[in-house]
Unconditional design. Structure first.
Length: 389
């Protein structure tokens, strides 16, 4: 039987990099002594107040169809958060809720890109970006952020990627997998080039709440982008709500209208009781967010100190998030060989960072989403493996 060409376009690349993670996940489900550091699902429970609000909303009957764009109260809470972070004066009408940030990203690609278009994406990039852009029939054009340059953006590299077919610039800041947050100069390059070449900007800022030191710089703080900027957010990481599937896009009114039409055919609105819980999280759970952020900072600092002392490893301390890139080339092993050998020997799974683009070659991504005790166990196992090479 024949399938549409879409099914080929959404396959993406580097799928093999996830095989080890899936094997580790199955082993954990069988009760084997494995430690999964290859995925970014928070180990914290969703805050109690969020769960209670959802339960109350279910009992209260908020279990029917909702507005496709989302409850006005939740959209206003998102708009208020965005105004406070960026200074951009947006209203609830410039917000649409989505089933996680991935749904927002996919909707943006479908609403902005056509067959034959090009979308610039900063690499390393989250693994779904390639398939998301290709699903719209467009071509992904990577702008490589070089490990030797600390994964920083250079203006000349960004501008060199622009062609007459370029329609948008997509990126995550802070980044998954690097944890690097774009600074004001780098955001300025993006804003200047977007205006000069009449491009859309899609800024995935789901890790913005997890910047450890200093101030997070949202893209919306740049001038001149109001009519071409889409900011994507989510509660999955910052409020430990990955399974609740609450995300959003803040965008110009015409973009929200188009995403609303697409959602009519695809999502048809989030459950009302989940939206009530999400609004509660945004308005009442800042302390929970800060507690989780501080825990990730401590864990990553512990990882950085430990890995720095191990022969052949060179870790990169992230600006934000829950992941660390570790250069393993000094061990003399290729990354797939390192990751498989580590798992087979110790039961610790890490992810081959090549899944995020060739600019991350030679690195593994290690997650900090396990308890301090479990993390200490994992570090000890990794040390034993590396020292035994």
């Amino acid at each position: 039987m024949k399938f549409s060409s879409l099914t080929d376009r959404v396959k993406g690349g580097a799928a093999d990099a996830w095989d080890l993670h899936y094997a580790a996940k199955r082993a954990r489900e069988r009760g084997e002594d494995v430690i999964v550091l290859s995925v970014g699902d928070p180990d914290f429970a969703t805050p109690d107040g969020v769960v209670e609000r959802a339960y109350e909303a279910i009992k209260g009957g908020d279990t029917h169809y909702t507005s496709i764009a989302g409850h006005h109260g939740l959209r206003e809470a998102i708009a208020a958060r965005h105004r406070a972070l960026s200074g951009q004066q947006v209203s609830a009408d410039q917000v649409i809720t989505t089933s996680g940030a991935q749904n927002a990203l996919f909707s943006c690609a479908l609403c902005l890109l056509d067959h034959g278009d090009e979308a610039i994406v900063l690499q390393p990039m989250y693994v779904t970006y390639e398939a998301t852009v290709q699903a719209a029939g467009a071509t992904l054009v990577p702008v490589v952020l070089d490990a030797d340059n600390g994964f920083r953006l250079r203006r000349e590299a960004l501008e060199a990627a622009v062609t007459e077919r370029t329609r948008a610039i997509f990126y995550a800041s802070p980044s998954n997998p690097t944890g690097i947050a774009l600074n004001q100069d780098e955001l300025g390059y993006i804003a200047e080039i977007a205006q000069q070449y009449d491009l859309w900007v899609v800024a995935d800022e789901v890790y913005g709440d997890f910047v450890f030191d200093g101030e997070f710089h949202p893209t919306a703080s740049q001038s001149g982008l109001d009519d071409r900027l889409i900011t994507i957010g989510s509660l999955s990481k910052s409020y430990a709500m990955s399974g609740w599937r609450v995300g959003w896009a803040v965008a110009p009114p015409a973009m929200v209208e188009n995403m609303d039409k697409l959602a009519l055919c695809m999502l048809y609105g989030l459950p009302g009781f989940i939206q009530q819980a999400a609004q509660y999280a945004l308005e009442n759970c800042r302390a929970d967010l800060e507690r989780m952020r501080d825990a990730y900072r401590r864990r990553l600092q512990t990882m950085h100190a430990a890995f720095s002392a191990m022969p052949g490893l060179a870790p990169l301390m992230p600006d934000a998030g829950m992941f660390m890139l570790v250069d393993v080339r000094g061990t003399g092993l290729e990354v797939p060989e390192f990751a498989q050998g580590l798992y087979d020997t110790t039961g610790v799974s890490v992810l081959d960072a090549t899944a995020f683009g060739q600019s991350a070659a030679g690195h593994v991504r290690v997650s900090a989403t396990v308890s301090e005790a479990r993390l200490a166990d994992a570090i000890g196992r990794i040390r034993g493996f590396v020292e035994g090479l």
